[in-house]
Design a protein around this ligand. Structure first.
Ligand code: SF4
Length: 332
């Protein structure tokens, strides 16, 4: 269980039900009042080396803007929701590109307003919309602190239109298993070979736990998907990812295998990741591969075209063999 070392909070959170609950729950934890969760000077001034320690704090505030961004993958909109950042420290975390070393967990207590906007947008649309509510954080992890996922499903399931979806790397799904989501929530589990989870995805759930969680979620009536991501082309990548596909084939329940789908995402990286990881995790593996990666503008890197093509061919071939009835939604 995550117990924060210090809580940084905006004074106004006291006006919200969840804000009051969290202040009560963490009454013993030292607290520092802040003006704005987006700009904590003390945090900004810390060195990259302190990145893992910064993640031991919890920031609680109010989300001021909620801009829906159009998306054309599994959802129609990416929607900033009840949290951003995370207590885990995956070395490639995409949130580091947005928040730099301030990718710590921030909770937003004005959840009623945020969910209301989603419900209203769904209702007003002619088309059935899906909202991606987990692109800024991990909601299964967040739920262990706020119970927000339980609250969200309970308050969304009877709305007339729309679906919610989010990805996760965590297995703490038990609190949502006894809810009836009324076919309105799609949960996508992100997986990687165990070696990558151990060496790169610090603080997340083990592969076996994630697989067990997918089976439990499906059994509980959720639509589930599998995200193989981010694919990292380590030295023996074909062997490792083939092993992963075989483990999935062996361990996923027939119910999951009947209609789950895959998303495959190759790792992207950045100069900011290199700097933070070098200083914060000096003993960790180096996942930036100069030979295989190339610039993508503004200090970002991705894998070269040839290796991405090879990766795509590999996943299409092996998934067809082991999961012949399951769709690959995209490989990027
Ligand atoms: S679990 Fe997700 S949000 Fe958390 S550090 Fe890893 S990639 Fe980032």
């Amino acid at each position: 269980m995550f117990i924060p070392e210090c809580i940084y909070y905006e004074k106004n959170i006291e006006k919200y039900e969840l804000g009051k609950e969290l202040l009560k729950k963490y009454k013993e934890i030292p607290k520092i009042e802040i003006e704005n969760h987006n700009n904590i000077e003390e945090m900004r001034k810390k060195s990259n080396k302190e990145f893992p320690y910064m993640k031991k704090n919890l920031i609680i505030g109010i989300r001021k803007t909620q801009k829906f961004v159009e998306n054309h993958k599994i959802s129609d909109y990416l929607v900033p929701y009840t949290s951003s950042g995370c207590t885990a420290s995956c070395m490639y975390c995409y949130l580091v590109c947005n928040y730099n070393k301030c990718a710590y967990l921030r909770l937003f207590v004005n959840r009623e307003k945020m969910l209301e906007k989603i419900i209203k947008t769904a209702e007003e649309s002619e088309k059935e919309l899906t909202f991606e509510i987990g692109s800024n954080s991990d909601l299964i992890l967040e739920n262990t602190i706020t119970n927000n996922l339980v609250w969200t499903i309970e308050n969304f399931k009877d709305s007339p239109k729309g679906k919610l979806t989010f990805p996760t790397k965590f297995d703490m799904v038990d609190p949502i298993l006894n809810l009836d989501n009324k076919n309105k929530v799609i949960i996508r589990m992100s997986v990687n070979p165990e070696e990558i989870i151990n060496k790169v995805e610090f603080g997340t759930s083990r592969l076996s736990g994630r697989i067990e969680a997918i089976n439990k979620l499906k059994e509980a009536g959720y639509e589930v998907g599998i995200i193989i991501a981010p694919v990292i082309f380590i030295e023996n990548w074909k062997e490792k990812y083939l092993e992963l596909i075989k483990i999935l084939e062996k361990s996923l329940s027939n119910k999951v295998k009947k209609d789950t789908f895959f998303e495959i995402i190759f790792m992207t990286y950045s100069y900011v990741h290199i700097k933070i990881n070098e200083e914060a995790f000096p003993k960790a593996v180096n996942i930036y591969n100069k030979e295989l990666m190339t610039g993508r503008g503004r200090g970002k890197y991705w894998y070269k075209k040839e290796i991405r093509k090879e990766g795509e061919n590999f996943f299409r071939k092996e998934l067809k063999k082991y999961f012949p009835n399951n769709e690959i939604l995209y490989i990027v």
